[in-house]
Design a protein around this ligand. Structure first.
Ligand SMILES: C[S@@+](CC[C@H](N)C(=O)[O-])C[C@H]1O[C@@H](n2cnc3c(N)ncnc32)[C@H](O)[C@@H]1O
Length: 245
């Protein structure tokens, strides 16, 4: 493990805003849908990853929430988390789970990462929606550079059920989750500032995600909107699997 520190600060301290959003839903439904998506992703890993000792990159691992689910399917894992507090929490969790030997955890943003070997699978789970619009191409190009043809990208992000992308900022007022729509400019300025207690999100329409992946030379092999229990109409999130071409 390396102790290089990143400057980045994630604005949802202790996942407070996200947890309150979830608690306003039927939590059992929310978790069941999460588990279904993880099973779907693992099914694709089993089907499409052929290398004997496959390597996973968990890009933006947060507190390491998904590592126990995905780690058993890989020989080696690199996990990136730029927020210092979340990185430390993930480090403690891996030690506690006895998984530290298998996972190379780094306090870095995706854009700063320079791998030394091939990455078979990139897990990019609920990170893309928090990244500034002008950073998306850089991040996707990073994945394109570190994966060979046939490499698998597993992406979950916020979903717009309409023909257009939209942006929100969310906070907790009293004990309630409140979210309001904002313009792209304000969204981008929030991604740069990292204002604690105010979480900005980008909701991508299907066409927009298709364009982003196509530009980065990825071919979509699976697409599934999910978390229907929370959205006013349709689903709040989307899962997309894509293969590097
Ligand atoms: C909603 S959390 C998701 C964490 C984890 N993937 C999960 O599903 O539990 C978003 C995480 O992305 C991280 N993040 C934000 N920008 C990033 C970037 N450019 N590169 C890597 N991680 C980033 C944040 O620090 C935060 O921990």
């Amino acid at each position: 493990m390396t102790d290089k520190k990143s400057e980045y600060v994630y604005s949802d301290d202790s996942d407070n805003i996200t947890d309150i959003l979830m608690s306003g839903t039927d939590t059992a439904d929310w978790e069941r849908e999460d588990n279904e998506i993880n099973d779907r992703a693992i099914g694709l890993i089993k089907k499409l990853v052929t290398r004997k000792e496959p390597v996973l990159l968990d890009a933006g691992c947060g507190t390491g929430r998904l590592l126990p689910t995905f780690a058993p399917h890989f020989s080696h894992i690199i996990a990136l988390e730029p927020d210092a507090e979340r990185y430390e929490e993930a480090k403690g969790k891996l030690k506690h789970l006895g998984m530290a030997h298998k996972i190379d955890l780094r306090n870095l943003c995706v854009e700063e990462y320079r791998p030394s070997g091939r990455i078979d699978v990139v897990l990019f789970n609920h990170v893309l929606q928090h990244i500034g619009c002008n950073q998306i191409d850089t991040v996707m190009r990073t994945f394109g550079r570190i994966q060979d043809v046939g490499g698998l990208l597993l992406l979950s992000t916020c979903h717009s059920c309409t023909e257009k992308d939209y942006f929100t900022k969310a906070r907790v007022v009293g004990s309630k989750h409140t979210e309001e729509e904002i313009g792209e400019e304000e969204f981008n300025s929030l991604t740069a500032g990292g204002q604690k207690g105010l979480l900005q999100s980008h909701f991508f329409c299907q066409k927009s995600i298709e364009r982003i992946l196509q530009q980065a030379n990825y071919r979509i092999v699976d697409f599934k909107p999910y978390h229907h229990s929370i959205a006013k109409n349709g689903c709040r999130d989307q899962f997309v699997a894509a293969v590097k071409s």
